[in-house]
Design a protein around this ligand. Structure first.
Ligand code: HEM
Length: 285
């Protein structure tokens, strides 16, 4: 097929190697491709309240689903979906203490999704969650095969779309903005799961310094404790760190990344979303 190119047309360069060796570059590319922009950040920041309201229901539905199938339920006995040996003990149910604790982790994860996406820490956390399910962590590896991860993310996305679109008070405009923004985050999370289950870029394996995570001990992702408390029986509500109850405005969020303190890493692409938001206007005519 023949097509004309404007004289000044210059596609953006993407360095393939950097996609595999630099988490920042990978995220930057995904942001650009998905048009993750200031409208999405604003939607996430101002919609925190609605996202948080849904978290308990999402967590319960996801665990109900995972425990519905032996292959996924077994992962909570054996930490793998590869081994089909029946567990010696009974299959877990939603009320099992082990599952109650797992629910807390998922709640904390979803709570993190409501936090500031203009910081690199936000994306690092998603990356570590992806990495830790891949069986590549040396200390007590967890190997959940991609088919289950993809299905689970799709399920979360479905619950999310249904819940948001049927919200009784939100305007349609805000519903759409929130659905789109969360969808983009979920797809980036999907990539950060998928990349550890794929051989793409394997020639750069020994140069992945930026993808260096020591995900190991439960409740820790990297060297950062994401869950407080000291014993397995800690109460979920009391140990999950509190998050900002008031969402900062987009402007203040963006500004806070400029010259942010060393306590919080600056996301190099926090400012990139200044462009106009993209709307398909697919039904305009
Ligand atoms: C697709 C979305 C998923 C997300 C966002 C997610 C998130 C998480 C998080 C945040 C943790 C805890 C990390 C920590 O210890 O600090 C975790 C642990 C775990 N996840 Fe997932 N997960 C997902 C899918 C699945 C699926 C489909 C399975 C099972 C087939 C699964 C099985 C497990 C197991 C067994 C653990 C470890 C539990 C333990 O330490 O005893 N996950 N997950």
């Amino acid at each position: 097929m023949e097509y004309t190119k404007g004289a000044d047309f210059e596609p953006k360069h993407v360095d393939r190697k950097l996609l595999y060796t630099s988490l920042e570059e990978r995220i930057k590319y995904l942001h650009q491709f998905l048009d993750f922009n200031s409208s999405d950040i604003e939607a996430l920041m101002t919609g925190t309240k609605y996202i948080k309201q849904l978290i308990p229901a999402v967590v319960n539905l996801v665990y109900k689903k995972i425990l519905q199938f032996d292959i996924t339920s077994r992962a909570f006995h054996t930490r793998t979906t590869v081994d089909e040996t029946e567990p010696e003990e009974d299959y877990l149910n939603e009320e099992s203490p082990k599952i109650t604790r797992r629910k807390m982790f998922l709640r904390w994860y979803l709570t993190r999704l409501c936090q500031d996406p203009t910081t690199m820490d936000f994306w690092r956390y998603l990356n570590k969650v992806g990495m830790m399910h891949s069986g590549q962590v040396r200390m007590s590896p967890l190997n959940v095969e991609y088919i289950h991860i993809g299905a689970c993310l799709g399920y979360i996305q479905d619950i999310w779309i249904e819940a948001m679109m049927s919200h009784p008070h939100l305007s349609l405009r805000r519903k759409i903005a929130l659905v789109r923004a969360v969808n983009k985050v979920l797809w980036i999370q999907n990539d950060l799961f998928a990349r550890y289950h794929s051989s793409d870029g394997e020639e750069f394996t020994d140069q992945m310094s930026d993808f260096d995570y020591n995900v190991g001990q439960e409740g820790y992702l990297g060297d950062k404790r994401v869950l407080g408390g000291s014993t397995r029986d800690d109460d979920a509500e009391s140990i999950a760190p509190s998050i900002n109850s008031t969402a900062p405005s987009v402007d203040s969020a963006a500004q806070s990344t400029i010259g942010a303190s060393s306590m919080r890493s600056v996301c190099p692409f926090a400012e990139m979303g200044k462009s106009n938001s993209t709307e398909t206007k697919i039904w305009a005519n």
